[in-house]
Every structure is written in structure tokens, then in C-alpha cells.
Design a protein around this ligand. Sequence first.
Ligand SMILES: [Zn+2]
Length: 290
Amino acid sequence: MSVALISAALHLATAKAGIPDRYAGKLVTFHPKGFKQKVVALTFDDGPDPKITPKVLDTLKKFNAKATFFVIGRNVVTYPKMLERIQSEGHEIGNHSYTHPSKPPEAKGEWEVRQTQNAIDKVIGSGLKLYRPPYGITNNASTRAAKRMGYVVVNWTNDTNDWKKGVDVYKTGTADMRPGEILLMHATSGKERTAAALPKIMEAFVKKGYRFVTMTEMLSLYDEFEKSMPKGSTTTGDQGFGSKPKSRTKPKVRKAKPKPNSNPDTTPGPRPVGASSSSSAGAKKPPPQN
Ligand SMILES: [Zn+2]
């Protein structure tokens, strides 16, 4: 084996070893501008549960695909076996708070993250430092705590809106198929439509030549891409991928208005210009109260 090959192999091994350091304590929520690899990260929030999570897992198995599950701590405590199954089938597990609050009190922010991590660690050994804020809210106590604790805060680049009444999850799930997509879905009770639409959504991605990756792999690919770009031409962190930084030294936190409601996840507020050419994941109306 040549030195170059060994070096390439080592590089690959390192890339697969974990989440690249550059994302620790940062928010990832946009496609990297110019990213061309046809990969999609399917992400499932709010589980584990005994009804929908197994259906989602069965579908992923059929496609031989790996995904990322952002689990709620108290659900992990209730359904530890399901968490074990998620892990044993090769998927990644991220932290989605313990009680899914939109605006936890400052003193409870860190508890939400830590308590969930403890619950995950107790069942599967140790968890990844991946955090997805409930409702995608990035300016609350838990998200701040997660960043302080070195978590990568991951939102999404396309929301299937599978929590909304009357939404065709297949349509929303395939509305924004672009390289580097992070797709938001839910794997919890009441999300039968999501489980039913998933095979069709995955089929559509396969037909377009996409490969399914976990968040760690996606972040590794983003990282490789960033490294290949001229210095300063891409950005990571709080300003998000793909949006041009005004200043690299003063990261700007995206403001999101927390609005308590019964919907699982949504990002209130508009998406910065340049992050997306599609309106499907772009400027969103605040979620309805129900
Ligand atoms: Zn959620």
C-alpha cells in the first residue's frame, strides 16, 4: 500500500471516528453552499416509542440505511429496549431534552440536557454529543447549556411538517431534495403518516442517486468540504452553513421566538437569505396554537 493510500485510509478512519471538532458548541442548520455530494441525513425526533419507532426502523432496515434519532429523555426511561434496538441496528442517537420544553427556566436548561444524556448513557453506554432543541428553538436555556457543554446543536434543512394537520408527508419530505439535506421527521406516537410516507420518501431519494447518512457522517462530509474550500469562503457555527459571515469573530445567534404549543418541532422565524432557494424550508409562519 502506498503512503498516499495509507494516508487516505487513515483520513477516512479519522473522519468516521466521530463528529469533527469544529462543530462542538455550534449550531448546524444549513446546507453548505456549493456542497455537491448526494447524501441525505434522515432525522427522527421525539422517540423512542413502541408504535412508530419500530415501523421507522423496519423501513430503514429494508433500505439498509442509517439514520439519526433525537430522543426525549423521559421516553428513553420509559422505552429503554427501543433505544437499544435503535443503537443495535446501527443508527445514531442524539439528545432532544428530557421533557421537551419550549422555554425551560434558566436553572433547568442544563438539567434537560444532562438528564437525557444520563438516561441514554444508562441504556447504551455512552451517547453522542449531538443536541436538537425542541421546536428548533436556539435561544433558550437548554440550547445555550448544550453549546456550553460542547454539543453540536443540529436543526434541519428541510422540515416535513409531519406534525401539521393535513400535510402530505411524502410531498413535504421530497420538496427540497438537495445535496447535504438534513430532513426533519418524527418517530413517535401519532405519526402514522410519517411511518407510512417514509418508504416512498426514501425511494424518491434513492431514485435521484442519494445515499443515506448519519449526522456524524454528514458532519464529516461537511467538514471535508469546508477544508477543501478557500479559507473564509464557507462558514460554520451560529450563522449557519451557506450564509456569508459578516464577521467570523463575532458569531451571531439566530433569534427564534419561543412559542409554546403542542406541535413537536418547528423553527419560527425566517431563514437567512442565501441559505435556501426553496421556500419549503424557508420563511415559516409561527406554528398555530392548538
Ligand atoms: Zn421534538
